[in-house]
Design a protein around this ligand. Sequence first.
Ligand SMILES: C[S@@+](CC[C@H](N)C(=O)[O-])C[C@H]1O[C@@H](n2cnc3c(N)ncnc32)[C@H](O)[C@@H]1O
Length: 251
Amino acid sequence: MTQHWSHTFYARQDQLTGWYGQDIHLFHKKQAARVTQHLGCTGTLLELGSGGGQFAVSAARLGHQVTALDLWAGAGEYTRTLASRYGTQVDVVTGDFYSVEVPGAFDSVCYWDGFGVGSDDDQRLLLGRIATWLAPGGVAFVDVYTPWYWAHHAGFTRAAAGYTQAYGFNADGCRMTDTYTAEDGPVTQSLRCYSPADLRLLLRGTELSLVDLWPGGHYDPHAGTFRPEVSLGECMTFTALLQTGTAPDAR
Ligand SMILES: C[S@@+](CC[C@H](N)C(=O)[O-])C[C@H]1O[C@@H](n2cnc3c(N)ncnc32)[C@H](O)[C@@H]1O
């Protein structure tokens, strides 16, 4: 059986860029503060695809009881190291979010920068699991890639030390592609992009509803500048706020 690209891509991306072992950035602190403000208090928090743990540790520092789940063992190692550097406690779980058993009901479930790795059926499976992980009244915060940003920026290429990075867009499948090419050949991640309307369709048949959304930022790859909050029609991702129960009227 062929291994899915997501099982190897992120470790390779880290080898090339060193992104996952970086320190906490102000961005992570603000993200943790915004989630906490929305919830109104700290509580139990499950982070999916938690990478190097920068958000997990930021949330733990604010008082959340954090479980950080990632498929890649190296991500868990980074998270443990970061938590210990900041003198905080994070429960690190290495496993596949489609199948791993994580007991407990969480006040919040977060998935930053990664939703869309699989097929629509995979995403629906994951959303169903998120519903079971949420405590009554709990909120899931899920970053979703937008089709418009990625279609517009397809073709952008940048050269860095030891590799080149190229954005692409598969219009038929509505997936952004992000390819790193080094001496030993290319590796690509491919993420399904959804508008809020698409996401509402995907959520049908799950227990979750889209209750709000936060437009994210816009990266101008040519200028190398990032605006952290722009309008929905400009953003590269939006954060979907999901809860079990009935959705408010569609926008
Ligand atoms: C783009 S990275 C984002 C990391 C982190 N959330 C951040 O914002 O820096 C996506 C992460 O999701 C993890 N991931 C991908 N598929 C997964 C799966 N099936 N189960 C658990 N984690 C997964 C990858 O290993 C990677 O660390």
